[in-house]
Design a protein around this ligand. Structure first.
Ligand code: CMX
Length: 136
């Protein structure tokens, strides 16, 4: 497997508008994109810092995974995403090594990337995402 860097860290927030103030006005980062990912029932906001991004996640419905996460655990780090050049191949390899997957094949995430999640119960309580450029 060829993981190159931490692509992003996902942070669950009640309100992107409120959280943006901290990242923009206090930390001085620039929100370069806001995008709704309907499939995941979230609105996302992105900040670039070096090779890595911060992805703010706001639920767009009550049954969103992010709404459930905040109800149970409060706002905070929701997931960590590793970059790879082949998401399907990485997921397959990880599964073969005995890790429980949420996504057996890549699906489309924010920024048009391929994404796939590993189950937090199999990854020491940290929801882990593998993501990379979408294959044509
Ligand atoms: N990190 C760590 N643990 C988590 C978690 C997270 N983000 N989300 C849920 N869990 C834990 C819960 O605390 C719970 O643990 P306990 O049983 O010990 O209480 C357990 O997982 C089950 O949680 P649940 O609330 O009953 O929720 P579900 O089992 O229905 O779903 C999960 C959990 C991880 C399978 C689901 O949230 C999922 O499929 N996530 C991947 C997709 C996603 O999160 N999308 C949003 C972001 C999309 C994006 O970045 O574009």
């Amino acid at each position: 497997m060829n993981l190159s860097h931490i692509e992003h860290i996902g942070i669950a927030v009640n309100s992107i508008e409120e959280a943006n103030t901290f990242f923009e006005e206090i930390l001085g980062l620039k929100c370069y994109a806001i995008e709704e990912v309907k499939d995941q029932k979230v609105k996302t906001a992105f900040f670039q810092i070096g090779q890595t991004k911060i992805e703010l996640l706001e639920a767009t419905s009550e049954d969103s995974p992010v709404a459930k996460f905040i109800a149970k655990r409060g706002q905070g780090i929701h997931h960590i995403a590793f970059a790879t050049d082949d998401v399907d191949a990485s997921l397959k390899e990880i599964e073969e090594k005995g890790v429980r997957l949420i996504d057996k094949v890549a699906r489309k995430g924010a920024e048009g990337l391929d994404i796939g999640f590993l189950h937090p119960k199999s990854t020491f309580g940290v929801l882990t995402e593998i993501c990379g450029k979408r294959k044509l």
